[in-house]
Design a protein around this ligand. Structure first.
Ligand code: GPU
Length: 839
């Protein structure tokens, strides 16, 4: 049998080879070995999951070899390291991505086949770590991929949520949330490092004392201590040895803290502490652009930030570097304000624990930190009530007062007598109860501040952060988002990848601008034909999947018109629905009407407490139920709601789309990143002048982009001049009919009240200007329908979109961060033979 080969081999170097070798036979043997020694199974009783684990460990061994060499090199060469602080990461399944990055996909495919298995079936076994809500968390994962690929020393710090973002099911057309037990069957990609645990304090009070040298000092006497245990996941780069670390912290009860209670016989009290400690990292808050004020959320933020900064200081001191050089060795990036408490925490650690004087500590802090803002929605800007903040972090409150006082002294000098300026810039919002403004803390404590798309950065400078821009224009810059072509093209769209690489080589995978070489091929009929064949095959794949999972038949020759993203009113999924209902009414008025067949595909989760977002999901499924069964429609319109939109499921959607819906109210979507993923896979965009849409349109050419709607300026002007949505309803018959049909109960079994909140909201408030943009959207969609009739031109346009999308690689974004903000350089990792290393 296959087993006997591995029994016969010699011990010694051959064993090492089984953990590092890439040949098909070595890989096959390693899988069998891991099934036996890791899973403790033999083939007759092994499940697909067991084989997935055996394969995952096989791949992990190859990565570990590179990881160890990476860590060793960083240590020996005393390099500057990027520290990305993010409350969320959405890395997606690791196995496939690691196969791509290691360059062993074909070998592993064959080794798995030689074991009598199917690689796709094994890949499907992996539970993805849903440790984020959407764009912000996924961006962090793309950046980790690019950092490793560009050979930049980096650590990603975050939270090891035991339950990630909920799984979404649709029951009776409504979203139902199911707990995400992603760790249930074990996680082969993480290594716990209990020896690197740190303590984090909460609550209590502060007291001052005078030290031996007569210095005034402050001591924090906490009410509770929680232990943070790091779990490390390797992040491989594409075809390089560099393998960086994603370090996620889990909260546990400290061994010693309630020792006294334990001794006194309070066994249950001690266990209680354990339970409350572990609650800290139990679950991710499922709000995309979050609601305010939950104590546990602040505890999570402080917990992971304190763990991370303590860890950095420990690494720094282990390297025997003086604290004064801390900012030369670490660049700390704040992924929105969620980790902004880190500014006060680094001050506390330097001043209280390492006894550095305030001014020096402040210079170090400002030099080390940089801040990325990800939203313009005023309700999403984080603030914490003084009362809650002071109760949980009494020492940090004092430090923030001190930072604020020194900052406002500076402001006073610049704006003599201008008390409005002081109130506007202050870290404390004195209206609406006293609250701490985390964005202000982040701005004051950082040397660099950036937005995530050109328009977004401009709006920050003239809007929410204008006073800071006036004060420190040199701190501001734009860093337009990007996404990794390794996951979002190579991994998820092998057909397209092969077509491209066969024609222009493989350099584009690391140099996405090289896709430009496709441009001349847009005029090559045989290339266009192959392109169409690829698209058709990928669309068939999605049709098959929808058939099997939902029993719904869709037409692969129809336009796949896709809107897949979190549900939020500003993203305007309901505008999309109004288009569908408008088309439906046209058919009802004129059953013979010519119409390009469309399949409307939706995907996305709503925050569990966001009633309107959930009602919009119900509206989509309700319209779907009516339209999909209506014989009059005759396959001109189909509506699909793909449940549980996550990284795994999204990977089937992006490659198959013809039309990408990017229809947010101008000025509301900071950047968007799905827009880039669709475009890279050859979808055309229908979109507003919002976020990165503007730059995508500039890159691909206005003639290759379906633009509609008001500009950000027009939106602002219209709102200022008392917008009246009702007037649009009154003057537009098609719009009126669409809204009336929804109100009538036609889609809700005669229940006219179900969608009333939605319709009434649009008619009387419409904060996101759905009605104002309706006609422009409909007209634009009509031209999309027309254009799709001419497949030759459509394909040419799609090819040009891909040829010109290079800018939106996260590699470009990371290069800009490295040059302008972090001032870090690549470090090449050489592989030391394991055999040698061991000797
Ligand atoms: N974003 Br703030 C989130 O996904 N979650 C958040 O809490 C905040 C922002 C998104 C923006 O909405 C999106 O426009 C952007 O592309 C993304 O962050 C990454 O920058």
């Amino acid at each position: 049998s296959g087993q006997s080969d591995s029994m016969d081999v010699q011990t010694g170097p051959q064993i090492e080879d089984d953990r590092t070798g890439f040949s098909i036979e070595t890989l096959r043997r390693a899988i069998a070995d891991n099934l036996y020694y890791i899973q403790g199974k033999f083939p007759e009783i092994a499940t697909q999951y067991d084989y997935y684990m055996a394969l995952a460990y096989t791949v992990r061994d190859r990565i570990l070899h590179r990881w160890i060499n990476t860590v060793k090199t960083y240590r020996e060469q005393d390099v500057k390291v990027v520290c990305y602080l993010s409350a969320e990461y959405l890395p997606g399944p690791h196995l496939g991505n690691n196969l791509v990055n290691l360059g062993i996909y074909p070998q592993v495919e064959q080794a798995v086949r030689a074991s009598g298995l199917d690689l796709n079936a094994l890949l499907a076994e992996e539970e993805e770590p849903g440790l984020g809500n959407g764009g912000l968390g996924r961006l962090a994962a793309c950046y980790m991929d690019s950092l490793a690929t560009l050979e930049i020393p980096a650590i990603g710090y975050g939270i090891r949520y035991e339950y990630g973002i909920f799984d979404q099911e649709i029951r009776d057309g409504w979203q139902v949330e199911i707990t995400d037990k992603w760790l249930r069957l074990g996680n082969p990609w993480e290594i716990p490092r209990p020896e690197n645990a740190v303590d984090v304090k909460f609550g209590g009070y502060t007291e001052s004392y005078t030290d031996d040298q007569g210095h005034y000092r402050v001591r924090w006497v906490p009410h509770q201590v929680v232990k943070g245990v790091p779990y490390d996941t390797p992040i491989s780069g594409y075809r390089v040895n560099t393998t960086n670390t994603l370090r996620l912290w889990k909260a546990e009860a400290p061994e010693s803290f309630d020792f006294q209670a334990f001794n006194l016989g309070d066994y249950y009290g001690a266990v209680d502490t354990k339970i409350t400690s572990e609650n800290l990292t139990k679950v991710l808050y499922p709000n995309d652009e979050p609601i305010q004020g939950k104590q546990l959320r602040l505890e999570q933020q402080y917990f992971f930030v304190s763990c991370s900064l303590q860890n950095l200081l420990k690494i720094h001191l282990l390297r025997e570097d003086p604290l004064e050089t801390f900012a030369d060795k670490f660049a700390i990036q704040l992924n929105d304000t969620h980790p902004a408490i880190g500014i006060a925490e680094l001050m506390r650690l330097l001043v209280d624990e390492y006894l550095i004087n305030w001014e020096i500590a402040w210079d170090i802090t400002q030099e080390a930190f940089a801040f990325t803002n990800h939203t313009l929605l005023p309700e999403a800007l984080e603030t914490w009530s003084l009362e809650l903040f002071g109760r949980l972090l009494p020492r940090h409150l004092e430090i923030i007062y001190e930072i604020n006082q020194r900052f406002l002294d500076q402001v006073r000098l610049k704006y003599l007598g201008n008390t409005d300026k002081l109130a506007q810039l202050s870290l404390l919002d004195e209206r609406r109860g006293k609250r701490i403004r985390m964005a202000h803390l982040a701005c004051v404590g950082s040397h660099a501040i950036n937005g995530v798309a050109a328009l977004h950065t401009e709006l920050l400078k003239t809007g929410v952060l204008r006073d800071f821009y006036e004060l420190w224009p040199e701190k501001f810059s734009n860093k337009t988002n990007g996404v990794t072509p390794r996951r979002w093209m190579v991994l998820i769209n092998p057909r397209l990848t092969q077509l491209i690489s066969r024609n222009i080589g493989e350099s584009w995978i690391k140099q996405l601008d090289d896709l430009r070489q496709l441009a001349p091929l847009a005029n090559d009929p045989s290339f266009c034909h192959e392109w169409r064949q690829v698209k058709r095959a990928v669309k068939q794949d999605l049709a098959d999947y929808i058939q099997t999972t939902q029993g719904l038949t869709i037409n692969p020759d129809s336009i796949y018109d896709v809107q897949a993203k979190r549900f939020h009113e500003y993203k305007r999924q309901h505008l999309n629905v109004l288009h569908i209902v408008t088309l439906y009414n046209r058919i009802k008025h004129n059953p013979e009407i010519e119409m390009t067949p469309r399949t409307f595909i939706f995907g996305g989760k709503a925050a569990p407490g966001y009633r309107m977002a959930k009602l919009i999901i119900k509206l989509i499924t309700a319209v779907g139920d009516a339209v999909n069964q209506d014989p009059d429609v005759c396959d001109r319109i189909k509506i699909v709601f793909m449940p549980d939109f996550n990284v795994t499921n999204s990977q089937r959607i992006y490659p198959a789309a013809d039309l990408s819906e990017q229809i947010s109210t101008a000025g509301k979507e900071a950047s968007g990143t799905g827009n880039m993923k669709f475009s890279m896979n050859g979808a055309l965009t229908i979109g507003t002048l919002d976020g990165a849409n503007i730059e995508i349109r500039e890159a691909v050419g206005a003639e290759n982009f379906y633009l509609f709607g008001l500009t950000a300026q027009e939106v602002a002007d219209l709102k200022a001049s008392s917008y009246n949505p009702r007037a649009y309803y009154d003057s537009n018959a098609a719009l009126r009919e669409a809204l009336d049909l929804i109100s009538s109960g036609y889609f809700s079994h005669g229940d006219g009240s179900l969608f009333q909140p939605l319709v009434e909201g649009l008619l009387h408030h419409d904060p996101y200007l759905v009605l104002a943009d309706y006609q422009s959207y409909i007209d634009c969609q009509d031209s999309v329908g027309q254009a799709f009739q001419d497949q030759e031109t459509w394909t040419r346009t799609a090819i040009l979109n891909v040829a010109r999308i290079g800018k939106f690689s996260s590699d470009r974004a990371i290069r800009e961060y490295c040059q302008d903000i972090w001032h870090v350089d690549p470090v090449h990792i050489k592989l030391e033979e394991y055999v040698q290393a061991k000797a």
